[in-house]
Design a protein around this ligand. Sequence first.
Ligand SMILES: [Cu+2]
Length: 286
Amino acid sequence: MQNLTKNAAAVALSLPMTLGLSATALANDMTTKYNLRTPASGMAESLYTLHNFLLIVCLLIFVTVFGVMFYSIYAHRKSKGHKPADFHESTAVEIAWTVVPFLIVVVIGVYATPIVMAQKDTTNADITIKATGYQWKWGYDYLKGEGQGIAFFSTLTTPYEQRINAQPKTLNYLSEVDNPVVVPVGKKIRVVTTANDVIHAWMVPAFGVKQDAIPGFVRDVWFKAERVGTYNGHCAELCGKDHAFMPIVVKVVTPEEYTAWVAQQKAKQAVAGVVETPILQLAQAR
Ligand SMILES: [Cu+2]
């Protein structure tokens, strides 16, 4: 929370001033309003570099194609007495415009494939957490690793009054929940996604993670957060009228803080007597 507040304060002080926007217009972790989120994991870092590389490739193609086109229009214009050239059935040209794009695609493929493969490698995780999408909240079950057995729902806490402008919107507008997911820094976290009703998607841009949560199916994704802090995301699959109101908040803490949090959660469960897992509640509801 402290970090988020710090980030939010930094954002509030920097960008809005230069852009002439009010602080509330830049809610959440939008430190880079016109760019991807600042990466907080190695994967997000790779995706960010890949993204920039592809943009440069696009830019080079754009400049080359339009450069040749505008140069031709200008330098070989009719008023200077030029006659249109005839390229019909030119084998050389046809080979060139097949081979060049093919090579570009190969280069992109060689670069991107290992990253995509690494995204799918959810083996050897330190902690496995199941994220279940509900209309309209998330349920979390810590399935394996330190914290196993912890389960809770994570629900939006932004007051309704803010949504209807009866109250000023705060910096965490629509990105604040009662129970954030807590994970230790530098550990591989496997997130198993599924849903209870319709398709949702678990997305945290700063970790480079986005995975559909499909009822009746299990999908998984992983991340290893490299910086302590609070990161947010949102359901990324249109899932009904309150789709915008089921944010994801992940608190990355030090291993010691994580151990303390686990102990605190276990104590809470012991007091409650019953483990109120989303799975149990579902079973009881049926
Ligand atoms: Cu959803």
